[in-house]
Every structure is written in structure tokens, then in C-alpha cells.
Write a protein that binds this ligand. Structure first.
Ligand SMILES: C[S@@+](CC[C@H](N)C(=O)[O-])C[C@H]1O[C@@H](n2cnc3c(N)ncnc32)[C@H](O)[C@@H]1O
Length: 230
């Protein structure tokens, strides 16, 4: 039973990705690219038999590419529309993926521990207190030595410079031509969602039992953590 104080992760805030139209437009807006998925799978050493969990799997491109190479791919998402889309994508590709209607906090992993857990563009859905709970949950089903990969809107600019960096994020990424996510989408991300600083995530990862293998922040507002479960 869910505790009454549990964060309501099935009602995400910010950009609405739950409607059929939003899901249909998602891959175009996000620039989903199976070649990029394959490059990341290569980096993470995902191959036949790898147990991979992709949290907030969205339209399922990543889990489908993982399954194509023989991984046991689990996609997890709180949106039934996203999961339905991911299921159709797997069917069209002729591969098997397992899909769970659950979230960072509520996903319970059955069977052998995962070898690799990934989450892209989604951990910011949780306020920081709940990000820590989510990382503890992941640590509970990732095998010791297993890899955790996080990509997200993560801030590495000096805190006192925040206003200029957020303005630049909206100016550079927000589309005004109807192609891709709009300025309003990015504005609502910053206003309502919970992107945080890299140094806060570093502390959380350590406390959840992860060693940071590498980080890459190609922009002061975006980046990745690659971690290993101790
Ligand atoms: C911006 S999309 C990213 C999808 C995919 N990971 C990608 O990179 O394209 C965010 C996804 O997170 C899902 N989501 C939101 N809150 C979540 C939560 N607490 N747990 C799991 N998924 C969540 C949404 O339904 C949506 O599919």
C-alpha cells in the first residue's frame, strides 16, 4: 500500500506528455535517434542477456534497441500512453520487451538484479528529497558492480549566475517554429519541474551507494552521470 505521504509520481508536473497527441509528437520534438541509443548501449556494454531497466522509457526507442541486441529489456513509465506506444514499437520491431506501469519510486524489480539501469530526461520529475529515494530504490535492484546512467537537465553553472543560464536555455532550445519543444515548454520545465545542480546529485549518488565513474556536462544546463553500484 502506498503511504499517504508518498510523492504522487503518477501525476507528473510540467510539460504534459500524457495525451495521445503529445506522445505521437514526442520523438520528433525530442529528436529521438536510434543511432544515438545504439551508441549509448555500446558504451554501457549492453549485449545478449544483459538485464537492462530503462526508467521513464517514454516511447521506447532505447529499450527496443536494447532488445534488438538480445538484452532482457525492461521499460518503466508512469504514462500508459507512452507504454502503449513503446509496446507497439517493440511489436513492429519484432522484439520482446517487458513494460511496467510504474515510476522511479514504485517500480519493483522481479527476478535477478539488473546489470544496467538507465534514465534519460526524466529524473528531474522528482523533487530532490524524492530523487534520493529513487536512487535508493535503484540501488536495491541493481547488481553490485552494475551501471547506472543518468542524462538530464542538470545544472553545473555557478549558482549566482542562474538567471542568465536559464534565459539562455529557453532562448537556445525553445522552438518558435512549431518544430520541437517550444519556449513555453522549457519555461514550464524551469518553473514547475525539479532540475537540480550536479553537486547535489553527486551527494545523493554517493549516499545511495554509487561510485561516479564519469561525468560529462556538454552544457551548463545538461549532462550525464555514469555510476557503478558499490
Ligand atoms: C521527457 S520524457 C523522456 C522519455 C525517454 N526517457 C527519452 O529519453 O526519450 C519523460 C518521461 O518520464 C515519464 N515520467 C514522468 N515521471 C515519472 C516517474 N516518476 N517515474 C517514471 N517515469 C516518469 C513520462 O511519462 C515520460 O515518458
Amino acid at each position: 500500500m502506498t503511504a499517504p505521504w508518498q510523492f504522487a509520481e503518477f501525476s507528473p508536473v510540467g510539460v504534459d506528455l500524457s495525451s495521445t497527441d503529445a506522445v505521437r509528437a514526442y520523438d520528433r520534438n525530442q529528436g529521438t535517434d536510434p543511432a544515438r541509443d545504439r551508441a549509448l548501449l555500446d558504451r554501457l556494454g549492453v549485449g545478449p542477456g544483459t538485464r537492462l531497466v530503462d526508467l521513464a522509457c517514454g516511447t521506447g526507442s532505447f529499450v527496443v534497441e536494447a532488445a534488438r541486441r538480445g538484452a532482457r529489456a525492461h521499460g518503466v513509465d508512469v504514462s500508459t500512453e507512452m507504454l502503449a506506444f513503446a509496446g507497439r514499437r517493440a511489436e513492429d520491431a519484432g522484439v520482446e520487451v517487458s513494460l511496467s506501469h510504474a515510476g522511479f519510486l514504485t517500480y519493483r524489480h522481479d527476478g535477478a538484479p539488473a546489470d544496467v539501469v538507465t534514465t534519460k530526461s526524466a529524473l528531474h520529475q522528482l523533487p530532490d528529497f524524492w530523487k534520493q529515494a529513487a536512487l535508493l530504490n535503484i540501488a536495491g535492484y541493481l547488481a553490485p558492480g552494475g551501471l547506472l546512467y543518468i542524462w538530464d537537465v542538470i545544472f553545473t553553472f555557478p549558482p549566482e549566475e542562474y538567471a542568465g543560464h536559464l534565459r539562455r536555455l529557453v532562448d537556445e532550445f525553445g522552438h518558435t517554429d512549431g518544430e520541437g519543444f517550444s519556449r513555453e515548454d522549457f519555461e514550464s520545465h524551469l518553473r514547475e519541474e525539479f532540475s537540480t545542480y550536479g553537486w547535489i546529485l553527486e551527494g545523493m549518488l554517493d549516499r545511495a551507494g554509487f561510485d561516479i565513474v564519469s561525468t560529462d556536462f556538454p552544457r551548463p544546463t545538461h549532462g550525464e552521470f555514469l555510476c557503478r553500484r558499490r
